[in-house]
Design a binder for this molecule. Sequence first.
Ligand code: FES
Ligand code: FES
Length: 164
Amino acid sequence: MQAITLFVNGREVGVAAAGDTPLLDVLRNHLGLMGTKFGCGLEQCGCCMVLIDGRAEKSCGKALSTVAGKNILTIEGLGTPDRPHPLQQAFLDEQAGQCGYCLSGILISAKALLDRNLAPSRREIAEALDENVCRCGSHNRILRAVALAAERIREESRARGAAR
Ligand code: FES
Ligand code: FES
């Protein structure tokens, strides 16, 4: 079996697996990246979201062969405990989540949104997270956390601009 090459969190990896293996299985079982969660396996819940070339996609429905040569960002590539991404910090500050199972998918969908729109309205945030299910009902806090992260990123970039 020929290894398929992809780029995961900035690192080139070769995966020796059948081309129809779901990307979610590759991430969790071949690469040990357990942050991306298995929920339904049917592209219905969004907890397996990753960025594929900058687009939020459900990794349970993506065959490995279709992501050859692509850039994948998983939750492990978003930030670290020492240097959390503003979204992660805002989710902590707003205590946005209960069991946390949905959160890696939600953070990835939110990252895709903020990468294209740094001043989203509440409605735009809700629309961007429409495909992410949270069974704990933490939606209000999640919406607040995404808005807070956007505000902090805007402030940071204003401050950087002023310092130039
Ligand atoms: S596990 Fe992929 S959408 Fe539910
Ligand atoms: S925090 Fe439990 S499913 Fe969202």
